[in-house]
Design a protein around this ligand. Sequence first.
Ligand code: PLP
Length: 434
Amino acid sequence: MRYYSTNGKAPLASLEKAVVKGLAEDRGLYMPERIERLPDSFFEHIQEMDFHQVACAVADAFFGEDIDKGKLHAIVRDTLSFDCPVAKVDDRIYALELFHGPTLAFKDVGARFMARLLAHFRSGEELNVLVATSGDTGSAVANGFLGVEGIHVYVLYPKGKVSPIQECQFTTLGRNITALEIDGVFDDCQALVKNAFMDPGLNAQMRLTSANSINVARFLPQSFYYFWGYAQMKRLGLADQLVICTPSGNFGNICAGLFAKRMGLPVKRFIAANNANSVFFDYLRTGIYDPRPSIQTIANAMDVGDPSNFARILDLYGHDHSAICSDISGTTYSDAQIGETIREVFGHTGYLCDPHGACGCRALYEGLVPGETGLFCETAHPAKFKDTVEGITGSPVVIPERLKAFMEGRVERTSLPRDYASFKEYLLNAAHLA
Ligand SMILES: *Cc1c(COP(=O)(O)O)cnc(C)c1O
């Protein structure tokens, strides 16, 4: 399979190049040349399969030509060392729980897959992974790569804008993981990473790669759990008019769902749930894409003002606004609405949402029409946002053991201003020292 750039001005790339480079030469995002429709028989029997079997069928369609099947299936098995179960919230509303991995958020899936794919492709030289995070990406990527030989990870995060619990998941690891605290917002971190990739001088001295959700090795494997969510709903007899709602920030997660639909997954429609950062919601309404600085919210992993994967959605639908609107609708919620949802859903059903999942859950309560069943991605465990969630419900949140272990570690981080020159100088010195 070859990969093209959404900007259309870069040469086609192999899987290896797309994974190692992350971003195409023309700053576009890589897209697979073909999206294969899976056979009807697969969907007829999907409810009889387990997660590994479902994921392998999807992985074969994307990566089967480029990686030996045995190796690919081993990577899939290693990646999915935890389940993504469906949990009942209400009669017509179910949660696809994506937080059972090591860092308690859905990004574990893509990050673990990418780390294993990069290790598979790595040839000799030290590889440096640069990752900008608004909270959960950094921990998922850092943990996905922890201890992988020949790869060093730099995590850039906005100072004071990620929760202490999120922060400790990438600042306490040590070894091949370095945490960089940037004096700015998430978009500044993302701009630093993008500039580094585009800087020929820097690239001549260090081998750089991205692990943001723009990387095909992070974004595509997320489609595995959409199929698995569907399989579980079908087992329950609830998959006929299935609406899937994805709380969205950079739009990598929902984009993987849209790919799944293109592969034949019988989802009726998608909802992209936003917090107050409503750029995509406004695009659906007006047809105009107007990126702007991000606003800080209690669903902070979705505080994105210029979602990178918007380019992929446009490309997938041939830049046709009405085609996009026929598959996806949008919602936007204030912090007050998110809080109200966490409180009311917990009070009425006993199900505790995290602030991101709450956006998804609310969109289903508001948006389902008769006959439809809703499945929202519960993208993180509520304990990752303990103080916020406890402040809202007034009940203590139990912290899972794997999260406690991070909180007891020793924090190590380096502070940097947000200008590119300082960042470059830091990297060159770090590379020199390594
Ligand atoms: C990253 C993240 C999101 C947003 O996902 P995108 O793929 O960037 O749209 C939502 N919820 C949580 C908990 C996240 O960590």
